[in-house]
Ligand binder design. Structure first.
Ligand code: BES
Ligand code: MN
Ligand code: ZN
Length: 489
């Protein structure tokens, strides 16, 4: 499993610049006086840096973007990367600068002259996030990434600020790996084993097998998995970092390791993307890993429903009626609306067992949310303005797109069934909203709750500011921040 790139923090040593090999990164902004490192490098390269920084092209760069000087005279390095970054750069700009450096970083050594820049730790974080690469299924020669050294005026302070960020990056990488992994590798069994391995980090991890789920009455979840050779599982991860005996905050994830649609089978084109249908569970796992790594002072429980939605002689049929753990019956009109069936039982179990102070579920739940919001924003649904606004603020602070969607009785009415307590679909119109209404039927009125539909944001077709093509790990940063701001202040 790839781990974030280790970065060495050192005191600024301008004497080392002439002999440094690989790539040297220096920060500049045309409107501000140059740093001592810039001036030293400029002298060594006979004015090449000042010419570049004064050029029209450099002036057109946005904060965080870079210009490369290849094989500059007077120094041993193969390249100088001139990154445009104002001294007063915000967190997003500094992370972007780091991502620019991370994208260019190859097998050679990279030396970053952060010097007195106040956002040095954010630069390191952006670099680590963008240097992610999922290559475990590529055979042949692999070149390990080279070392990275960051020189700062106060390296101890930068290292201290960067440590919790490294825990976040490792959580994000864990999520990305899970989401990128194909379904023949990441079976329900393999997924549960990877979560159980997190006990080493101090998490309590329990795996509930089908027999126990049957005893608990989780008929909705079990119906989804009954056509698969991979047994359904619910995994409970507890982090006890807060006050003893205090009720936890709950995170719930949809973990459909592959979604064929079941008997309501999906079209062949693009079905391979449904390896990411465990994205909600992946984010919950990534957040729990981060909390454990940085020893968060909060009580948080993460629960994931791991199932595979397959067509089979034993698979659930359209028209079947299943009974949820709550006791409500559901007419399964479409076996492809399976995520909500899984979440209904896991959310009910979480509330019955833990009486959480709040609950957030994450799921790649509907194609309809992609129609509504594209790939830029997660759809946020909530029964509680206070929790919802706190989450939206955390997402904004971390630069993760999130947009609140409406709910209401008129949407809920679409779920009425002729023969059971409800149907599992509410029609094409407002499909992401009727899905959220379905979930809300399994939320106790006293539980503050948010539902995050991440169908559009879990995976990127291009690349995002901090992620290459593929799994993004969207939500790990925002949820970690929410927990920090809500419970650790
Ligand atoms: N996993 C899908 C939703 C999805 C679609 C995720 C595209 C990521 C990309 C979900 O289980 C599903 O199939 N939803 C159906 C619901 C419908 C049958 C009511 C959908 O969105 O079409
Ligand atoms: Mn589906
Ligand atoms: Zn699905």
């Amino acid at each position: 499993m790839p781990k974030p790139l280790p970065i060495q923090f050192q005191a600024t040593d301008l004497e080392a610049l002439a002999a440094a090999t690989g790539s040297i990164v220096v920060l500049a902004d045309a409107s501000q006086p140059a740093s001592p490192g810039f001036r030293r490098l400029d002298r060594l390269t006979k004015g090449a840096l000042a010419r570049a920084a004064g050029s029209e092209a450099f002036g057109k760069l946005k904060p965080g973007e870079a210009m490369e000087l290849a094989f500059p005279p007077g120094i041993a390095a193969d390249a100088v990367q001139l990154v445009r970054l104002p001294k007063k750069a915000d967190q997003t700009q500094a992370r972007k600068a780091g991502a620019t450096i991370g994208k260019a970083h190859g097998a050679g050594h990279t030396l970053i002259l952060a010097e007195a820049h106040a956002r040095a730790a954010d630069i390191a974080f952006g670099l680590a996030m963008r240097a992610y690469d999922f290559d475990s299924h590529k055979t042949g020669e692999k070149t390990a990434p080279g070392a990275v050294t960051l020189m700062a005026t106060n390296p101890e302070a930068v290292a201290r600020a960067a440590a919790p960020m490294a825990a976040v990056a490792e959580g994000v990488f864990f999520t990305r790996d899970l989401v990128n992994e194909p379904a023949n590798v990441l079976t329900t069994h393999d997924f549960a084993a990877r979560l159980a391995a997190m006990q080493e980090l101090g998490l309590d991890v329990e795996i509930l097998e089908e027999e126990e789920l049957m005893k608990l009455g989780m008929g909705a979840l079990l119906g989804v998995g009954q056509g698969s050779e991979s047994p359904s599982k619910v995994v409970v991860m507890q982090w006890h970092g807060g006050k003893k005996g205090e009720a936890p905050f709950a995170l719930i994830g949809k973990g459909v390791v592959f979604d064929t649609g079941g008997i309501s089978i999906k079209p062949a084109a693009g079905m391979e993307e449904m390896t990411m249908d465990m994205g909600g569970a992946g984010v919950v796992a990534g957040v729990m890993r981060t909390l454990a790594l940085r020893k968060a002072r909060a009580n948080v429980v993460g629960l994931v429903g791991l199932v595979e939605n397959m067509p089979d002689g034993r698979a659930q049929r359209p028209g079947d009626v299943v009974k949820s753990m709550k006791g409500d019956t559901i007419e399964v009109i479409n076996t492809d609306a399976e995520g909500r069936l899984v979440l209904a039982d896991v959310m009910w179990y979480a509330q019955e067992r833990f009486k959480p102070t709040g609950m957030i579920d994450l799921a790649t739940l509907t194609g309809a949310i992609i129609i509504a919001l594209g790939h830029e924003n997660t759809g946020v649904f909530s029964n509680n303005d206070e929790l919802c606004n706190a989450f939206l603020a955390a997402a904004k602070a971390e630069g993760e797109g999130a947009w609140r969607m409406p709910m209401g009785d008129a949407y809920d009415a679409k779920l009425k069934s002729r023969i059971a307590d409800m149907m599992n679909v509410g029609g094409r119109d407002g499909g992401a909203i009727t899905a959220a209404q379905f979930l809300q039927r399994f939320v106790k009125p006293e539980t503050p709750w948010c539902h995050l539909d991440i169908a559009g944001t879990a995976l990127t077709k291009g690349e995002t500011a901090l992620a290459p093509k593929g799994a993004t790990g969207w939500g790990v940063m925002a949820l970690d921040r929410l927990i920090r701001d809500r419970f650790e202040k």
